[in-house]
Design a protein around this ligand. Sequence first.
Ligand code: URA
Length: 258
Amino acid sequence: MSEDVPDIALELRRHLAWQESDGTRTLLKDPSLQPRVVPPPASRSPSPAPVGEGRGKSVPQALAQQPAASGAIRTLDEIRTELGDCKRCKLCEGRKQIVFGVGNPRAELVFVGEGPGEEEDKQGIPFVGAAGQLLTKMIEAMGFKRDEVYICNVVKCRPPGNRNPEGDEIQACEPFLKAQLGAIRPRVIVALGKFAAQTLLRVDTPITRLRGQWRAYEGIQLMPTYHPAYLLRQPDEKKKAWMDLQEVMKKFGREPKK
Ligand code: URA
């Protein structure tokens, strides 16, 4: 038991770091705002731990529907190779580089954002700008390290001036997102914002209605929540996002410390 003490302290510090100045701590005590009871997670098939990105596990049926032209499950390396110096849509014209994804290829938790911004385009890594710093705090507040999870976007190239990705751009990139999720096969996907949630769920329901409700993507549990960039603009909404993330934590047996 004594081993738990530093973890609890660490976790509390993480919560406080993210919740600072947004009133979430008060909300956590409000019984009416406690997380809902949700169905148990889908059980994961036991997987050996091969070296490299390939997961070498048995493939659930839902994955047979992966979008690879061949229908085969590919590793992240193979998917990146297939993406190549992509010119499949007009976003290639303004980008500095493709921002494929970052993190643990065997992650149990994947965050999907919208598309790279200026800093991501410069560095080639998703979520490294201001919104990315908030996302990192959110991940750590949940008790994960950033490199334990996987982070990617709906579109892999920066839309000029950070405009919203357009339908044809999303369509061109979607097979690669689906292939990434099929390769990783996480236990939970967190869809950050409207574009991630609507693309993965194939709905046009507003994110205000989608957020906080468990959905399924190809048999994987998916939690839509607000995008960190939105939370930077609307800090009062962090409380709702934190409630959504607590639902995710429960799936991993991580109760928020009060
Ligand atoms: N916003 C996103 O949706 N993705 C990033 O990588 C950065 C900001």
